[in-house]
Design a protein around this ligand. Structure first.
Ligand code: SF4
Ligand code: FES
Length: 370
């Protein structure tokens, strides 16, 4: 890996996986296959130090995520500290187990925004794909508590073959719940989603229809609802600037304190990820070789090295390049310039018409080695 020496600009945001505990079992979960156990989670004081260090480093916001972040009993205290440190605080939650009192306490502690996931746009689909009976009612109730507490609400919908037909219903749901923003994000295929790719990959035609639908809804709901859409990159011409570029704008911290340039970074062998227990966030950001491994453009090979988009998408996703080509330094094969692009699109198209419908749900009890 090529080292990169210039001082990086400060990160914009911090995403903390406070715990991998989660009541849901989504088959596209972005947490690693080998989930971290509660006994190893950072204590509250360490998380608070990390928040203070992030603010001092120049970060503007923190995403309180998981797993289910409210499974932490100290979530109000942690939110309060992050807010007092000067960070904009965003809770990314399933909404399960978050009652009216807890929502109010979080708002009082300084929570700025709540992002609520839905697995489907009706009860049957939502509860089946989240692998949790009764989650539909609980999520809807939580949305009401958020609005009552005066917090802005974003609805998150991760879409794939099993729920892509519900895009119009997700838009209606977001409007009905009073959300200001709807994020329709196609599944990204690593971790659990890669294990389920044959069941989740949608046909290209269905994806194109959903894009048209969203564009029409954006025009119709202008001023009422903002709709963000992330399309499946296997069908795109160019890859996404994953994580905003490796080591450029964000730091992820796992439940046990590993600082990562993106949530799937541990899938890349040979990188040593420093832990916030032993290193300050500033030390990690500036000097951990893992953060420098793919920072900037010096590490790139062709076709990225001489590409006019190399500082736009930063070569796409390192973890996807590794998973699909066997080498994280290759161009993300979602890019049409990658020599592997045709092969992976052909695979995607074949998979979109295959699969036996049997999803492998994420299980916190199942101990799976990555
Ligand atoms: Fe991005 Fe590399 Fe493709 Fe250029 S060749 S568009 S830098 S992934
Ligand atoms: Fe790791 Fe994209 S998920 S770089």
């Amino acid at each position: 890996m090529t080292a990169h020496t210039p001082q990086p600009a400060p990160p914009i945001g911090l995403l903390v996986e406070l715990t991998h505990r989660c009541p849901l079992g989504c088959p596209y979960c972005s947490n690693p296959l080998a989930l971290e156990r509660p006994g190893g989670e950072l204590d509250g004081e360490t998380w608070k130090r990390v928040f203070s260090e992030a603010a001092a480093l120049g970060a503007l916001h923190v995403h309180l995520s998981g797993g289910e972040p409210t499974a932490r009993r100290d979530i109000v205290d942690l939110t309060g500290h992050a807010s007092k440190s000067g960070l904009y605080t965003n809770l990314i939650t399933s909404g399960i187990g978050v009652g009216e009192k807890l929502t109010g306490d979080l708002a009082d502690a300084g929570l700025d925004h709540a992002q609520l996931s839905f697995q489907g746009a009706d009860k049957e689909t939502n509860d089946r794909l989240g692998h949790y009976a009764g989650s539909w009612e609980r999520k809807r109730a939580f949305a009401g508590y958020v609005i009552k507490a005066g917090l802005p609400l974003t609805v998150n919908a991760v879409i794939h073959r099993a729920n892509l037909h519900q895009v119009p219903a997700f838009i209606e749901l977001a409007v009905e719940l009073g959300a200001r923003r709807l994020e329709i994000a196609h599944t990204q295929y690593y971790g659990w989603a890669l294990a389920n790719r044959a069941e989740l990959m949608p046909p290209r035609k269905q994806v194109e229809e959903s894009i048209t639908l969203v564009e029409a809804a954006r025009a119709r709901l202008k001023g009422e609802l903002v709709i963000d859409m992330v399309v499946p990159d296997y069908y795109a011409r160019y890859p996404k600037p994953c994580a905003g570029g490796w080591g450029r704008i964000a730091i992820n911290v796992s439940p046990t304190g590993k600082a990562l340039p993106c949530h799937a970074a541990e899938s890349i062998q040979g990188l040593e990820f420093w832990n916030v227990r032993e290193h300050s966030l500033a030390d990690i950001w500036h000097t951990n070789p893992a953060f420098n491994a793919f920072r900037g453009v010096e590490w790139m090979r062709e076709p990225c090295r001489s590409c006019e988009r190399r500082e736009i998408d930063w070569g796409g996703c390192r973890c996807q390049a590794l998973a699909l080509t066997g080498d994280a330094r290759n161009a993300d094969p979602a890019c049409h310039k990658s020599p592997d692009h045709e092969r992976i699109v052909a695979t995607a198209l074949a998979e979109s018409e295959s699969g036996d419908g049997a999803l492998r749900f994420r299980s916190y009890k199942e101990k799976v080695e990555a």
